[in-house]
Design a protein around this ligand. Structure first.
Ligand code: PLP
Ligand code: COI
Length: 339
């Protein structure tokens, strides 16, 4: 068996032993079955290829100090995939099939779950695609659901160190009443050019403004946005951002810690008043924001004065990681513990 340098993993694909699949055909889902193949065979007129009937999820499994495997917020991810499926007229996958497929994929690839203390995790990527043939713009009548896993390190190479993000007014990720609230591939294709521009200029991500007024903060390319001031956790309310499960968890933890939580429109100017800010998501966990530059308007908002993560962000990060790893009590029942 190959040896894996667990502490130096990047956020990338590594081949594991199995992926698990279920197919929807003739009105029924098949029993999830494992395969060693990394390939998918499909009809050339599949709707996922032509009309973007494609959705994915992202969640993580962790190995605790007690040796147990914990999957974080399995059901929430299953529910969000259902919501996305309704949003782009894909067949809705039953919750029990989602859960069975994920658990099977994790157990079959147990040797790829990073050991406790390495900072790494097993990233779980469920994928649902329309594989039935259509030429007219119509939903498919056949679907493929598959789950693969891969061990990952931090999404941003800086990890928990604050990084700068950028507002690029010439790009939108999603329309106000479009598919921004769904986890569909098209949103990510729409963010690639702006993402590349940002990376070339030395930023970790694009911070998108609302597409209509260009006034309020929406979210980052691969993560939600939060800000902190006056013991208050503030996160944007918008019709074009993904409802992040990590953000939802942090709002609860912030409340548990006695902070006030506000979910509302956040005008760009408010950045000047924030004591802390961060990007939040499964891959990003919490990635503190150093500075926000609005290049077209020649404005810069310094968030972290000393270049370090702030006290609330640090507390929230440690609490979240503690729960995921089993070091802290899971008082909200967020983990699925495998035996
Ligand atoms: N926003 C976008 C656009 C994302 O791709 C992600 C990643 O999944 C998130 C937010 C964070 O969501 P979650 O915390 O559910 O992973
Ligand atoms: C996640 O955090 O799971 C994401 O989907 C972000 C990115 C890898 C697309």
């Amino acid at each position: 068996m190959e040896t894996i340098d667990w502490s130096n993993l990047s956020f990338g694909y590594m081949k594991t032993d199995y992926n698990v699949r279920s197919y929807f055909k003739d009105g029924a889902w098949s029993k999830p079955q494992e395969t060693t193949s990394e390939e998918i065979t499909m009809h050339m007129a599949s709707t996922c290829l032509h009309y973007g009937q494609e959705a994915f999820e992202g969640l993580k499994a962790f190995r605790g100090k007690d040796g147990k495997i914990r999957i974080f917020r399995l059901k929430e991810n299953a529910l969000r995939l259902q919501d996305t499926s309704r949003g782009i007229m894909m067949e809705v996958l039953p919750l029990d099939i989602f859960e069975e497929t994920v658990i099977k994929a994790v157990k079959l690839n147990e040797r790829f779950i990073p050991p406790y203390g390495t900072g790494a995790a097993l990233y779980i990527r469920p994928l649902l695609i329309g594989t039935g043939a259509q030429v007219g713009v119509k939903p498919a009548n056949e679907y493929t659901f598959l789950v693969f896993v891969t061990p990952v390190g931090p999404y941003f190479k800086e990890g928990f160190k604050p990084t700068p993000v950028v507002i690029l007014r010439g790009y939108d990720r999603a329309a106000p009443l479009g598919t921004g609230t769904f986890k569909v591939g098209g949103n990510y294709a729409a963010s690639l050019v702006a993402g590349e521009v940002a990376h070339k200029k030395g930023y970790s991500a694009v911070l998108y403004l609302d597409a209509k007024e260009k006034k309020y903060i929406d979210e980052c390319g691969p993560a939600n946005f939060f800000g902190i001031k006056d013991n208050t956790y503030i996160t944007p309310q918008s019709t074009s951002i993904l409802p992040s499960i990590t953000n939802k968890s942090l709002m609860q933890l912030a409340e548990d810690m006695g902070m006030k939580v506000e979910r509302r429109q956040v005008p760009e100017e408010e950045l000047a008043t924030l004591e802390e800010a961060g990007q939040v998501g499964t891959a990003a966990v919490i990635s503190p924001i150093l500075r926000v530059d609005d290049l077209d308007e020649n404005k810069s908002y310094i968030i972290s004065k000393d270049g370090k993560a702030g006290p609330w962000s640090t507390k929230l990060y440690e609490k979240l990681r503690g729960i995921q790893l089993g070091d802290e009590p899971d008082t909200h029942g967020w983990n699925t513990v495998l035996d």
